[in-house]
Design a protein around this ligand. Structure first.
Ligand code: HEM
Length: 524
């Protein structure tokens, strides 16, 4: 989203410097055409006798609300929800975005009979044409036979039947992470947990996908994959021509599409191709080789995109989620004590640390984990869906082509669904200890939280994420305490749990610096 602001600045520069008149003429023609089309289509809801979705004031012709959304749009969207209610319509240039901030309404839109028409992804040049080369893989592809089979295969491979295999990979990563956090604190007096968590999470996904791990952040494997993922996100963020088609002029001028193709052909594909071949040559039993064994899925370019999807969707999400959890708990030493006591009780009884299978013996830990995810969701809007046809939902008119987003903060702070929603309530989920992956596929009332999205597109990595989070949690709180940094004046400086670092699909906290300290009475 910061990319949008940057591109808007570029656009203003272009209009004011170069062929000023040409730009002005193109802009006027585009604006007139747009006004004509929107005046013809804007009243569709009236014809159908439905309510118009409330929209904030201040939309400018053609640009819509783009100049009002600010540097961190999710914050402005949240304010608009406060003013206008659980469903709002935002004009992102020529696109209509419908932001949903209430769980039942989100279900009516994304699940059930409407879900059939709201499970596509919006088209963008980079993601649809280059990244997914049409409709390959899982995240960007639209429902089709191959997509269904690929998604089904991924769910099967990444599901509970492979728990032991995944735990064998996750546990050493969790232990290495904790050693690292302790060592960094001992060396520097504090640690920014975002980087080690990102590194651990990337290793979890690399080992799941290819049976490979990076030794350190200086490992060329880590650097290469990190930069490919980072550049993918950057290119995605600057695709403003889908909001303002006039920007295509700039894209042509700056040969943006050629750069996109070059990035995929010369960097992304060779890297993933190589990792795939190494996994095959070494006979590794991993997600990549399992996908290649699946009929109708195993076309190499489809597998390659699915692997890239997994890295893109599965690394930052889990890392950021854990980052928020640890900084939240830094504020609550007594809750940490209760978590540690529960873990110690298990260790005393069983003479070992719990595995995911033992999760029901840890009701308090599970409840706190879920509450952390509810309190500070790690994505702003999940991943956008698109309405494939005009829809009527709860008396509202949703036009074909609208981009549909779930506002995670507003949904998770809905007072009717979550009483005392603005408070951190560690016991909130004591009556709902079901694994998150089974809750994610329940009706709205039965869901613990909505971080994993909705309907046919619900996250396929829910089980893997939950396993990763669980194993880090168990190991960390049985060995350590998360404490605030001690400032120069000797006072504790608690990490800020109210500020987002920057605007992107994922919302990391601004400065997650804490001290990771060994528990004096630890049993392991
Ligand atoms: C706490 C961690 C995670 C969170 C919060 C999260 C969240 C999400 C969300 C919100 C969506 C979009 C759902 C929708 O469109 O309605 C999604 C999709 C997806 N996630 Fe996750 N995710 C997490 C971890 C993972 C992991 C570990 C993986 C990889 C194994 C993964 C792979 C995917 C894929 C491939 C999709 C696309 C599904 C589709 O388009 O059909 N995610 N995730």
């Amino acid at each position: 989203m910061e990319g949008i602001q940057r591109e808007l600045d570029n656009f203003s520069n272009f209009v004011s410097q170069s062929p000023r008149k040409t730009a002005a003429v193109v802009l006027s023609i585009t604006a007139c055409t747009y006004l004509l089309i929107s005046s013809l289509t804007n009243n569709n809801h009236k014809k159908k006798g439905l309510k118009k979705i409330p929209s904030p004031k201040g939309a400018i012709p053609y640009f819509g609300h783009l100049f009002s959304i600010g540097k961190i749009p999710v914050l402005q969207f949240n304010k608009w929800h406060d003013e206008l209610g659980p469903i709002i319509s935002i004009k992102m240039g020529v696109q209509q975005w419908i932001s949903v901030g209430e769980p039942h309404l989100a279900y009516q839109i994304f699940n059930g009979k409407n879900g059939k028409y709201t499970s596509s992804r919006p088209h963008t040049t980079f993601l649809s044409k280059y990244y997914a080369s049409g409709s390959k893989g899982i995240v960007i592809g639209n429902p089709s036979t191959q997509w269904n089979k690929t998604r089904g295969a991924a769910l099967q491979i990444l599901g509970p039947k492979n728990r032991e295999k995944f735990e064998r990979l996750h546990i050493p990563e969790a232990d290495a992470l904790i050693d690292d956090l302790l060592a960094e604190t001992a060396k520097n007096g504090s640690v920014n947990i975002a980087y080690p968590l990102h590194f651990m999470s990337m290793n979890v996904i690399l080992s799941t996908c290819f049976g490979k791990r990076a030794e350190s952040i200086d490992d060329p494997l880590f650097k290469e994959v990190y930069h490919i993922m980072d550049d993918t996100s950057k290119i995605m963020a600057t695709e403003i021509n889908s909001f303002l088609p006039i920007m295509t002029v700039l894209d042509i001028l700056f040969r943006k599409e050629q750069k996109m193709r070059k990035f995929i052909d010369e960097r992304r594909d060779p890297c993933f191709q190589r990792l795939l071949e190494e996994a095959i040559d070494n006979g590794v039993d991993c997600f990549a080789t399992s996908l290649l064994e699946m009929e109708d899925v195993n076309e190499p370019s489809n597998v390659l995109v699915a692997l890239c999807d997994t890295l893109l969707a599965g690394t930052d999400t889990s890392a950021v989620m854990l980052t928020w959890s640890l900084i939240i708990l830094c504020h609550y030493p007594l809750i940490q004590k209760k978590i540690a006591a529960e873990l110690d009780q298990f260790i005393r009884t069983h003479g070992r640390l719990p595995t995911f299978e033992d999760r029901e013996s840890l009701p308090y830990s599970i409840s706190v984990q879920k509450e952390c995810m509810r309190f500070r969701p790690s994505t702003a809007f999940g991943i956008s869906h698109e309405a494939e046809q005009d829809l009527e939902v709860n008396g509202y008119f949703i036009p074909k082509g609208a981009t549909l987003i779930a506002n995670m903060h507003v949904i998770h702070h809905n007072e009717d669904f979550y009483p005392d929603a603005d408070k951190f309530v560690p016991d909130r989920y004591l009556d709902d200890l079901r694994p998150m992956y089974s809750s994610a596929n329940s009706p709205a009332e039965g869901r613990d939280h909505f971080n994993f999205g909705f309907g046919r597109r619900v996250c396929i990595g829910t089980y893997l994420a939950e396993l990763e989070i669980f194993n880090v949690w168990v190991r960390l709180f049985s060995r350590c305490v998360v404490e605030p940094v001690i400032g120069e004046n000797g006072e504790p400086e608690y990490p800020d749990i109210n500020t987002i670092a920057y605007a992107a699909a994922i919302l990391p906290p601004s400065n997650p610096v804490v001290r990771m300290v060994k528990r004096e009475n630890a049993l392991i």
